[in-house]
Structure formats: structure tokens, C-alpha cells
Design a protein around this ligand. Sequence first.
Ligand SMILES: [Zn+2]
Length: 278
Amino acid sequence: MEPMTGIIIVLAGVAACVMFGCWRIKSRHTRRRELMAAPFPDEWQEICRRTVGLYNRLPNDLQKQLHGLVNVFLDEKRFYGCKGLEITDEIRVTIAAQACMLLLNRPTGFFRRLKTIYVYPQTYVAKETIRDGIIEIEGHSVRLGESWQRGPVVLAWDSVRGGARNIEDGANVVLHEFAHQLDQEDGEADGAPVLDGRSGYAAWSRVLGGEYKELCDKAKRGRYSDINAYGATHPAEFFAVTTEAFFEKPKQMQRKHPELYEQLKNYYKLDPAAWPEK
Ligand SMILES: [Zn+2]
């Protein structure tokens, strides 16, 4: 083969790949746009009303927006039932509706690293290895949910259902695990999701870093805090537990931690403290 012919074939191949990639991205955008505008099945709406307390608090325009996000989410993510659990529409919609609350009002990649959600019927026991210096400890821990950096979200359906119904205790495993997914989008589970510009990171670090330190100090001294003490185990957990509180105890957070509330409000582009009581 002539060298020139070889170069032309390679260039044509590269162009075809680029065009195919562009076509795939375009077709995904088109599909998402269509699904965002598609009708939301009545049965799904009934599930949201019955199982997702926060859905009933959402103003109407946000409910409508959530319907579109759930349409896309359920089109793109796979659900897998563990220990014989049969995946029903109630399970899919209850999880999707809460996960998509975190995507309202802002551009989103729909948790782009996430492909599969594994659901156990009940709180499950996971094997884990804890490294302490050169010592490795094999153990088991009880889990309500997990979010893996490059992998799936794992949830226990009994915890999901309980957390979705009770919207005033500040505990919601779906919001927690999907906040981890957002945190991990930049490749690091460090308590800082992708923010707007350098000043955004500086303010986030000052406010959340300060609150995290205060929570750690209180936890060390065994003193009570209205923020879940589990948040003191790591900055990533702090972001996850404050996300739960932001949605479930917004007025309390706004009153007691106004700067923290403001940071989360800026990030999530939502103001749950202002939502009317329904
Ligand atoms: Zn966590």
C-alpha cells in the first residue's frame, strides 16, 4: 500500500470515529431532551405521592421538572435486585425521585459514572477490610447503602422506604448515597463536588471546612450537635449528611448554620426552607 493511501485510510477512520462519537452524544442529548418533556405516567406519580414525602413538599414547577429527570434516570440506569428482591416500579420510582431531587434546577450529567443500582431487601451485612498502619482487620459491617467511586450505588430497600416516608428526621439514605455520587464526579471523594470557579471552592472550603472541624471537636468531646455525628468521620460523609439535613431539616439548618445553608443552597440551586408546608 502506498504510504499516502495508508494515511488517507487512517484519517478517514479517525473522522468516522469522531463523527460516530458526536452522533452518539447528539442522540443521547436528543433522547434526554425528549424524555424530559415526555409525559410522566400516572402510576409513577401515584408512587411518588404515596412513598416520597419530599415530593409532596416540592412546589409544582419543581415537581414537573422532577418528572422529566426521573424519566431520563429510569431510562439510563439499571436496577438489580439482590437476595431475591424483585425490582418493581415502586422501588425504581422511589429511588429515582429522591436521587433526582439533587439534580433539579441545574445542568446535569445524570450521575454519569453510575450505571447500576443494586437493591437489597433489607439492611445488609458487608465484608470490609480496615487498614490501620500495617495491620489489616477483616470485619463485617451493617450497611444501609453504599456508593462506589467508579461503580454502583447499593441500597437497602427497607432503609430507602423508611427514609423516603420520614422527611423530618434528617436521615435519607438515597440523598446520602447520591450526594456521594456528586462528590465523586471530579474523581475525588473529598466533600467538595464540582463547583463554580475558584471563588466557589474557596467559600466552600472555608464554610464546610469550619463546620466540619466544629463537628469533629464536638464528636471528640462527646457533645451533641444537630448535625449527624457520622459527618465527623470524613469530609465526604460531612457533605452527605449535611445534604440530608439540607432537604429534610432546612429551616433548622438555615437558623443554626446560615452560611452552611447558603453554600448548599447555591450548590443545589434550591431553597427548601422556603418551600410551603403541604
Ligand atoms: Zn456515606
